[in-house]
Design a binder for this molecule. Structure first.
Ligand SMILES: Cc1cc2nc3c(=O)[nH]c(=O)nc-3n(C[C@H](O)[C@H](O)[C@H](O)COP(=O)(O)O)c2cc1C
Length: 188
């Protein structure tokens, strides 16, 4: 084993999880994500509602995990209010992972549309989008969140598939850790 002098160790990534409080499912998912990510990696995390955060502060994180439900095919009010400032951020070199809690049965034509809206803005701001997931296992007809046959982030549906959320969250977190090269705790 090679021991590196302390100053050569890579700094721990700053990870921020910010979520819309427009539906309670997204907040619950954000907390589950934070628990799973901390258990797996031991990284210290910031977890906050979007409305408690100045949008400009989002640019201070190496990785952003952003939670947003869809509201009539659009962003919910809190994300809509922050969106102009979000679009102005310089996210070059930042990783952005998106997660949403929607209802594919009630809204099959706009399922997870909010993730697609945020993804387009994040990409224009220079972010690297991470954490795409397979569309298999869902039943919807259209979504702005599907790019090249995959969801751009994590699609949760606590309304019609509540039993699948825990496993989806754990697998997403493990995939992010792998994709971003985050440390894995021994025994996790
Ligand atoms: C007014 C309203 C509009 C919604 N629009 C959509 C939509 O366009 N697409 C979608 O998949 N789900 C939509 N949903 C479902 C929500 O995203 C969310 O899954 C649901 O409200 C669960 O909220 P809860 O976690 O507070 O129970 C909508 C819900 C409401 C109340």
């Amino acid at each position: 084993m090679t021991l590196l002098p302390a100053r050569s160790l890579p700094a721990a990534p700053r990870v921020g999880i910010f979520y819309s409080a427009a539906c309670k499912g997204t907040g619950a998912a954000a907390h589950d994500l934070a628990d799973a990510l901390f258990s797996l990696t031991g990284l210290s995390l910031t977890l906050a509602e979007l409305t408690c955060t100045a949008p400009a502060d989002l640019a201070h994180y190496d990785a952003l995990l952003l939670g947003c439900p869809t509201c009539g095919g659009e962003l919910p009010p809190d994300w809509a209010a922050a969106f102009p400032a979000f679009q102005e951020l310089d996210l070059a070199g930042r990783a952005v992972g998106l997660f949403g809690c929607d209802d594919q049965r009630a809204s099959p034509r706009t399922f997870q549309d909010a993730l697609g809206i945020l993804a387009e803005a994040a990409q224009v701001s220079g972010a690297r989008l991470v954490g795409s997931t397979a569309v298999a296992g869902y039943d919807f007809s259209d979504s702005r969140a599907v790019f090249r046959g995959r969801f751009i982030g994590l699609a949760l549906d606590p309304a019609t598939q509540p039993d699948l959320s825990g496993d989806r969250v754990r697998r997403w977190v493990a995939g992010l850790a792998h994709e971003l090269g985050w440390p894995i705790r021994l025994g996790a």
